[in-house]
Design a protein around this ligand. Sequence first.
Ligand code: ADE
Length: 231
Amino acid sequence: MLLGIIGAMNEEVIQLKEAMVLNETRELGGYKFYRGTLLGKEIVLVECGIGKVNAAICSTLLIQEFKVDKVLFTGVAGGLNPDINIGDIVVSTDLIEHDFNCTAFGYDYGVIPRMENSKFKADKELIELAKKVAEKNFGKERVFTGTIVSGDEFVASNDKIKWLRDTFVGECTEMEGASVAHVCYVLNKPFVIIRSISDKANHDANMNFDEFVKLAAQNSKIIIEGMLELI
Ligand code: ADE
């Protein structure tokens, strides 16, 4: 089995890259794909860059070019649920593109017209595995499972938090997960998105982000390695 692992930023993948045994680096469209093993398991790791399109391109390449069987996304997010704190973990049950707006045609926010599905469900087994590993390492009270909302926007306002929470009941917000989920849905591959909270998406979000991104990325690495041990 070959696992695809995606992170958006260098900070989010560097620790996994350093821990893996690298067999091959392949550059496609400017994205670097690292093929090798981590804890003896075959993986392809890629730093996709920020935003939905970058994440969609890399997910597609992982599946079509590298033929990965499953996709894991690891990185940081802004918390929306008021009970979630910086350093906590969110495991996706499903994902929505929160900036998809065809309300002018009567569709709800987040609905992609002419697609039978706009809320992309993560794989049940991968969700359970991620939850189990996260709870073991961080404690049950720090692990949340639910909807993740993604858009091409760094959220840093209380009004937007309220809107995202009221509209989608999102646990956290980020800029890639739903597009990875969208690609995996279309190409029929199991996936899960695992996010560590780097900020609370409010007016301090940009400051908190820089301070906590390394800690949050380290949390993600702990979970990915824990999952690989059990996969
Ligand atoms: N990733 C981490 N924090 C975020 C935020 N506040 N908004 C969007 N993406 C994020």
